[in-house]
Design a protein. Structure first.
Length: 310
């Protein structure tokens, strides 16, 4: 019996040491669903860089569910992660779990989406959504010939990026009085939802000339609905820089998108997390903006997996 107790004690000690060791090299990566190639690119880029730097990784998905995200933070805290790389599930809902992580000594590094406070994350590295939206808006105006009726599909209302992109679009488009918006609906970044919303919009507005979208998955859904209705000549512009939209541009479907370098931003977050783990600082500001690039038929062939190739 004494030998059994002693063995159990040794086993428990070994498990504790093993868990501590794993936590000492663990980086947790949390993003929305990988069904969206943009978020998958973030996860792949972050995981690859973390492994290159010698970390174990735990890649998790919150599905834009704030409660699930909170549970995933608890998992990261319980595992003793050294850092969390996060594309969050809501600017406000993310604050509480980030506070728990910080209290546990685990720094957070945000990518793509910001939160509504500063000083909580070590870094918030995001695309310059406003600058990118103005690029997309300018191209849309040009493609529309500065006149005609159009529709806007916006992203998830709780997502800061949805509002920023819409504002950037309108700060350009609204300067042209002959461009008339006849419908504006949220499709929650979703391709199937964009398809359904677009079907209804087409029925009410059969003569629309253009559609500007808050991301590429919605642009793909809108384009599919338009083609199904025999309106494949309607001008569609997206935002993200996905391979699917690149291929559509090259095939003469969607006319343009705006590239935000998801893969590189995720890798930058991991590099900065590594520096923070080793030195307790990054020597960089918390808020970091990456400029976006307009993608159209002239440069679409250079686009590959949310990055421009030489």
């Amino acid at each position: 019996m004494k030998r059994l107790i002693a063995f159990a004690a040794v086993l428990c000690l070994l498990l504790t040491v093993s868990a501590a060791f794993a936590g000492d090299k663990l980086m947790v990566i949390i993003t929305p669903s990988h069904d969206n190639p943009f978020f998958k690119s973030e996860a792949v880029g972050a995981e690859k860089k973390a492994k290159e730097l010698g970390y174990d990784t735990l890649v998790l998905v919150h599905d834009d569910d704030a409660n699930k995200q909170s549970e995933l933070f608890d998992t990261a805290i319980a595992r003793g992660a050294k850092a969390i790389i996060l594309d969050n599930a809501g600017a406000d809902a993310t604050i509480a779990p980030m506070k728990r992580a910080k209290k546990a000594g685990i720094p957070s590094f945000l990518i793509d989406r910001e939160v509504n406070v500063t000083g909580l994350a070590v870094a918030q590295i995001v695309s310059n959504n406003y600058q990118g939206a103005k690029l997309g808006g300018e191209e849309f105006v040009k493609l529309m010939g500065e006149k005609g009726t159009y529709v806007e599909l916006v992203g998830r209302e709780s997502d800061t990026n949805a509002g920023i992109r819409s504002q950037g679009y309108h700060d350009v488009i609204d300067q042209y009085p002959d461009l008339k918006m006849v419908a504006r609906q949220s499709a929650n970044w979703s391709q199937p939802e964009a398809y359904e919303k677009m079907e209804s919009i087409i029925q009410a507005n059969p003569d629309i000339k253009g559609v500007i979208c808050g991301n590429d998955t919605m642009a793909m859904g809108a384009m599919a609905a338009l083609k199904a209705a025999g309106k494949g000549n309607v001008i569609v512009v997206g935002f993200d820089g996905s391979n699917d939209v690149r291929d559509s541009i090259l095939a003469g479907g969607i006319k343009a998108t705006v590239l935000q370098p998801a893969y590189r931003i995720a890798q930058m977050a991991v590099e900065q997390a590594d520096a923070y783990v080793k030195n307790g600082k990054t020597n960089l500001p918390e808020k970091q903006l990456m400029d976006c690039v307009l993608i159209n038929k002239d440069n679409a062939r250079k686009l590959e997996t949310f990055a421009m190739q030489d």
